[in-house]
Design a protein around this ligand. Sequence first.
Ligand code: SF4
Ligand code: MG
Length: 323
Amino acid sequence: GTTLVEVKGLKVHFPIKGGLFNRTIAQVKAVDGVDLTIRRGETLGLVGESGCGKSTTGRAILQLIKPTAGSVKLNGVELTKLPPAELRKKRAEMQMIFQDPFGSLDPRFTVGQIIAEPLENFKRGNAREIREQVAHLLEVVGLNPYYVNRFPHEFSGGQRQRIGIARALALRPSFIVADEPVSALDVSIQAQVVNLLQDLQAEFGLTYLFVAHNLSVVKHISDRVAVMYLGRIVELAASEKLYELPLHPYTQALLSAIPVPDPEVEARRKRIILEGDVPSPVNPPPGCNFHPRCWKAQQICREVTPPLEEKERDHYVACHFPG
Ligand code: SF4
Ligand code: MG
């Protein structure tokens, strides 16, 4: 497919201030040089342990956080340099679904008001037309339009996430960042919400960046998967390829932690146990920042950062010794 979103050299560094003069004493390198292309109509899974920078990457792509460096293009338009009024217009095309369906809906407003807000801000019709659009959006996400005057606390977690999705869809975006959209929900309703997202993708031609901390969550929904570690993408490939033949040691370790249903296969499998925790993004390790935890690390890994390179067709990996 053609490219919808193109990210190059994306960095988000947060200064830490301190000392006598409250000067910047360190940088949190939350996102430290991310390159990604997201193809029109695909779901790109973005996976990594908490604190690896995946949510920050999603927000920085949407310009909800200002990147420290790098380029983000949506439909060929450079977003990082847009004047505020132009960026505001672009917001209609790109939306976010949040992890927490409780915190992301304002409890003082009715569901109707919550979904109508973006339509009113962007003047998408008169009062009657907006009411009709809200009713339609509720139907589209599988909620009874009769609920329009209820408040968020009157709904279950899954229903609240549907309300958040309706709101994200209101302006007919082409690109949606879904930041762990089912992580806060009961396991029993996670599949329903994932299925809804897939149905909506087909119906409205949506492109998703689907952020998750667990490789098994994104396996079925993603066309391609990017694995993130400490602010960088370490591997990116078509979903089947990544799960069958991961090339980066970190991806291999993550996958080895997912149990296999077949007990015989499970018994023969080798678990890779990673030593230690993800290091702090303040002063991350030099070279390959995974080297303190990598069982394959050599001297070059401590000194030279491996670039994300295409090792096989459409299979990118950032490692000096892949495979
Ligand atoms: Fe391990 Fe070296 Fe590859 Fe980094 S570059 S993942 S340390 S083998
Ligand atoms: Mg997060």
